[in-house]
Design a protein around this ligand. Structure first.
Ligand SMILES: [Fe+2]
Length: 195
């Protein structure tokens, strides 16, 4: 039996130094105090939680503590595309956005994808016990048609300090967070910049 057109997901420890990880967490938890626009945006688009996606979406350029994170993510994103056989005839894979997410209890992020990017993913900063997973949908789901019912979702639970990487066309969601402790993460997109 052969397996063709497989989907690829990378989940691994990133290796960020513990002191930087902690500084990152402290910085993220302070963001809502200074990011009025982001708090306003989150009220509309990120029920009950805070994300800097609509306001501070290049945190690597705005806060130096994110630069080491970017360095390690660049390395992993590059390894990921090579491993799955994506080649760029010109230009390169470039980090286009990097933003923070803080989820209190009941906060969720419904199914979506990142249409302008090549690789997307998340670095997990704080993962309380019992937190909601990253839920991935089988990209073939709309094509099953007359096929008997089968599972089309897989749940991934990351540990603190890990990343999950996937191709940006992969539909994903975070179901409602059920812990009283905050779920904190940094998400990012890598685009093909055809210079
Ligand atoms: Fe996403």
């Amino acid at each position: 039996m052969k397996s063709l057109f497989s989907s690829h997901i990378e989940q691994k420890k990133l290796g960020l130094k513990p002191a930087i990880h902690q500084e990152l967490k402290r910085t993220i938890l302070k963001l809502p105090e200074m990011d009025t626009l982001g708090v306003k945006w989150s009220k509309k688009n990120y029920p009950n939680g805070y994300t800097s996606y609509g306001s501070l979406s290049n945190l690597d350029q705005q806060f130096s503590v994110f630069s080491e994170l970017k360095r390690l993510l660049d390395r992993e994103a590059s390894k990921f595309v090579k491993a799955i056989g994506i080649e760029f005839p010109r230009g390169d894979l470039v980090l286009s956005s990097l933003w923070a997410n803080v989820m209190p209890k009941h906060c969720y992020h419904a199914f979506h994808l990142h249409p302008n990017s090549i690789v997307s993913g998340t670095y997990y900063v704080s993962v309380p016990k019992g937190t909601s997973p990253l839920r991935i949908e089988d990209p073939r789901a709309p094509l099953f048609m007359a096929c008997p019912a089968r599972s089309i979702q897989k749940d991934l639970i990351a540990k603190e300090g890990e990343i999950i990487l996937f191709e940006s066309w992969m539909k994903h969601e975070v179901p409602p967070h059920s812990s009283s402790d905050l779920r904190v993460s940094v998400s990012f997109n890598y685009d093909w910049i055809q210079s």
